[in-house]
Design a protein. Structure first.
Length: 506
């Protein structure tokens, strides 16, 4: 029996969907379309996305799902299985199943659901000691996060302002320390891209590995900060991009954008107060260089991201099959080959998740995480996959998704009823049903909402070169590259200018 399973007293403080929605009405400063949002849960730019998140919380209390979705952690709190560390391959398999169940609720279309940041926060249970004088903060945040199932977002990226200069030369833009006192610290600057932040409880503020690697002692200490900030913290502004949900006239016209738009935002800190209990790293260059590699976040977030993408790919494969059936092209050899390639892509990614949960490596404390090299390979493959999916749709379905009506209102005009039924029909599909199907195809692959998803899938895991440099770096540090070179050296040792050295070939 594991430590996690041996607790006699069980506390269940996990939020319901309604409790989640109510928790977001906390006075946070969200700006949209020139106005401060009074109640994010009721605002038409965020309302349905909030309710999509709420469905995840309700699932935690579903008697038919609870055993697969939740577990009791070593502190006696019932939590989502990915919100607590894994201590064995079996635990990771259970966590993958819990991620899979949650992602199917929203068809894989919400990338920064609460289980995403659980990839980092869960490891605080075992790794809190890494944060030295702030170790108690880390452990307390784990307990608060896991017991309630909090929804955290994160911001790691500096605004793209004159990257030719060092961060120290751009202190008026990049997040840095203003001052501190006995209650906490005050910070100013901006961070991006805070995906879904308007609908979260708090923000994890950190530094990317690439930026941390070039930070220097006696210069960058005021920039060497890692902390968690509540969304209603004084001095914190969230400035959102345009809302695809708001632009969605009806679910018939925009069935995905109208409920799954995770509004990206810029977070602006203006002398923002962060109490000491929310601080993890303070003016420590060495720590900011180490914490990402030592946290297990990289290994774990790639598991969550890959499972989510598999669900999204399954959804798109279903769209492709139904779309080609509606067009009468589903039996064409080339069409079937294209669908087969999408299926193989999904199965490849799922196989990577199987490798990640079946062949873990030791991590902080007694925990285990997916093997680093597998996570790095999956990161590269998944961030390239979506471009291929979109290309396949554009090639195979061609112009079929643009053969539609202007809006659902056309359906409600008697004069157009016969026209739509006659001229918009598909193969064994009535005109209204064909339009409904291809509106879903359009929103998934061609709309402005879809364009944002293409950008997200390509870039959410970091820039292309850095992804590959990380794979090379870890393969080098862990001896893989040396082994690969050794294999070549062995082959070179088989012969010389006089011929074969080994008897086998003489």
């Amino acid at each position: 029996m594991t430590t996690v399973q041996s607790q006699a007293k069980v506390s269940n403080q996990l939020m319901t969907g309604q409790a989640y929605l109510e928790s977001l009405n906390d006075g946070r400063e969200i700006w949209f379309d020139g106005e401060r949002v009074n109640n994010v849960v009721e605002h038409p730019a965020f309302r349905n996305a909030a309710r999509s998140m709420a469905r995840l919380y309700d699932a935690l209390h579903d008697p038919e799902l609870q055993d697969d979705l939740t577990i009791v952690d070593k502190f006696g709190s019932r939590t989502h299985r990915f919100f607590t560390p894994a201590y064995s391959a079996d635990d990771l398999h259970g966590a993958r199943k819990a991620i899979d169940i949650w992602q199917r609720i929203n068809y894989g279309w919400m990338g920064r659901s609460p289980d995403y940041k659980a990839a980092f926060m869960a490891q605080l249970a075992e790794g809190h000691f890494f944060y030295d004088q702030f170790a108690d903060n880390a452990l307390n945040w784990y307990k608060k996060f896991s017991s309630q199932g909090l929804h955290l977002n994160h911001v790691l990226i500096d605004p793209p302002v004159n990257r030719a200069k060092s961060r120290a030369e751009t202190r008026d833009i990049y997040l840095s320390l203003d001052k501190s006192d006995d209650k906490g610290m005050y910070v100013s600057g901006a961070k991006m891209v805070a995906t879904g932040s308007a609908l979260t409880h708090a923000t994890f503020v950190g530094i990317t590995g690439g930026v941390a690697s070039v930070m220097e002692k006696n210069r960058d200490e005021d920039l060497a900060l890692v902390f968690i900030v509540d969304m209603n913290a004084p001095g914190l502004k969230v400035i959102s991009r345009p809302s695809y949900e708001l632009k969605a006239n009806s679910p018939f016209d925009a069935p995905l954008a109208s409920r799954f738009d995770e509004n990206d935002a810029v977070m602006v800190f203006e002398n923002c107060f962060v109490p000491w209990e929310n601080v993890l790293i303070y003016r420590d260059i060495d720590k900011v260089k180490q914490f990402q590699a030592d946290s297990g976040f990289f290994n774990r977030y790639n598991l969550q991201a890959a499972v989510r993408l598999c669900i999204k790919l399954e959804f798109c494969i279903g769209l492709m099959v139904k779309g080609t059936e509606a067009s009468g092209t589903n039996n064409f050899r080339g069409v079937q080959a294209a669908i087969g390639e999408l299926i193989a892509m999904r199965d490849t990614i799922w196989a990577m998740t199987t490798a990640m949960v079946s062949d873990p490596e030791p991590s902080i404390g007694a925990s285990v995480v997916p093997r680093l090299q597998t996570a790095a390979a999956c990161r590269i493959y998944t961030t390239n996959a979506w471009t291929q999916v979109r290309n396949t749709f554009e090639t195979v379905l061609a112009g079929a998704p643009s053969f539609t009506i202007s809006s659902v209102r056309d359906m409600q005009v008697p004069e157009l009823s016969h026209v739509i039924d006659t001229y918009y029909q598909g193969t064994n599909l009535e005109g209204r049903d064909r339009v409904k199907l291809f509106n879903l195809v359009w929103d998934a692959l061609y709309s402005e909402f879809a364009g944002r998803h293409g950008l997200y899938e390509r870039n959410y895991a970091g820039n292309k070169d850095q992804q590959r440099l990380v794979a090379l770096r870890w393969a080098t540090l862990r001896g893989d590259v040396g082994n690969y070179k050794g294999l070549v050296d062995q082959a070179l040792g088989d012969y010389d200018t006089n011929g074969w050295i080994h008897e086998a070939w003489r």
